[in-house]
Design a protein around this ligand. Structure first.
Ligand code: PLP
Length: 374
């Protein structure tokens, strides 16, 4: 073939696909700018490092990596099932929860079908939807001046986008990159009102951080909604992003169906070992939650002081607004060795997202931001 026009040969959704843009890796920035000691607050990783119990278990497991992992993840599923009050058959393990989300998309989406999600939702939803050849139906979100939840999910608008060809509805609670969240009653009413020819992915990647009393636990609704799948991850509060392990929980029938597209041995030996141990690391979770709570308050106060609007967040990140385009501020912060996350690809060109760091990291970021904006 002459020109190598592989896009012409690709499956229906692929030519429309725009790959996910991850946070800039530290090594890349340091190579490009000749910097050292760079601070990365771009990917919502845990600034306290990995769960110490998880790390020790991962290390110990390396002796056994000549063997394939347990394809059924028996021990991890057992522990999760006990903790969540479900059967092990209701759990699907993934190489990160994005693997699970991808499996749902590949199971239910295809040309002629559509997936519904909110504006400013997690960027992987359109990637997986488009890759499956399906249509992305983006619902508007609540307005920036909404009194309770600026940029929050507009559930009525989302419901109105659902039609006979909708097969998946994606909803992150709390949402990334906005940090907004949905209350128990409102979300329950919304789920109860949806038709049953679609699967709802309730993405709870940050749920362990949230301390709001009205914040729902999607797992509690699985018996009531057989078409609901709740996804969670070890990448965020457990500090295991580099190992890639997450899971989905749903009715047995839904897990059995989605599990058909799972690649064998998709979760590695160290990832399984680390996740099992990290689940027991209550002290680490508590420390992480406290550092995050204090960091969120510190960042919010500093943004207020600087006169920068920010979206109230219950995650481990805050998205803040600049007076104009955010790209030059992002670049200037890079030159000061601080990596934050541009969110223009999320439809927020005047905003940046910063991950909550340790107290020193937050101060270093704020100092750099003050200098850049001076
Ligand atoms: C980080 C994140 C995930 C999952 O990441 P994995 O590392 O694949 O588990 C899923 N959803 C949202 C909204 C996230 O921010």
């Amino acid at each position: 073939m002459s020109g190598g026009d592989f896009l012409a040969l690709a499956a229906p959704g692929i030519p429309r696909l725009r790959p996910y843009v991850p946070g800039k890796p530290i090594e890349e920035l340091e190579r490009e700018l000749g910097l050292q000691g760079t601070l990365k607050l771009a990917s919502n990783e845990n600034p306290l490092g990995p769960s110490p119990l998880g790390l020790a278990a991962a290390r110990a497991s390396l002796e056994g990596v000549h063997l394939y992992p347990d394809d059924n993840g028996f021990r991890l599923k057992g522990k999760l099932a006990e903790r969540l009050g479900v059967a092990p058959e209701q759990i699907l393990l993934g190489a990160g929860s994005s693997d699970v989300i991808d499996m749902v998309a590949r199971t239910f989406l295809a040309p002629g079908r559509n997936a519904v999600f909110s504006r400013h939702a997690f960027a992987m939803y359109p990637v997986y939807t488009t890759a499956a050849g399906a249509e992305c139906r983006e619902a508007p979100c609540l307005p920036p001046d909404h009194p309770e939840m600026p940029y929050g999910h507009d559930l009525e608008a989302m419901a109105s986008r659902v039609d006979g060809d909708t097969r998946v509805l994606f909803l992150a609670n709390p949402n990334n990159p906005t940090g907004t969240w949905l209350e128990r009653d409102a979300l329950h009413r919304f789920l109860a009102g949806l038709p049953d020819h679609l699967v709802v992915v309730l993405d709870e990647a940050y749920t362990e951080y949230v301390e709001e009393p009205e914040f729902p636990d999607g797992v509690a609704w699985l018996a009531e909604f057989p078409n609901l799948i709740v996804t969670r991850t070890f990448s965020k509060i457990y500090g295991l992003a580099g190992l890639r392990v997450g899971y989905g929980v749903a009715s047995r029938a839904l897990i059995e169906t989605v599990g058909r597209v799972r690649a064998p041995f998709n979760v590695s030996v160290p990832a399984l070992a680390a996740a099992e141990a990290a689940l027991e690391d209550a002290a680490f979770l508590q420390r992480s939650r406290r550092a995050n709570r204090e960091g969120l308050a510190r960042l919010a106060a500093a943004f207020d002081e600087m006169g920068l609007r920010h979206i109230p967040s219950v995650g481990n990140f805050v998205t803040f607004e600049l007076p104009g385009e955010a790209a030059p501020v992002y670049e200037a912060l890079l030159r000061k060795g601080v990596i934050v996350r541009p969110v223009a690809n999320y439809g927020l060109p005047n905003h940046l997202r910063v991950t909550v760091g340790t107290a020193e990291e937050n101060d270093r970021f704020l100092q750099a931001l003050r200098e850049v904006l001076a």
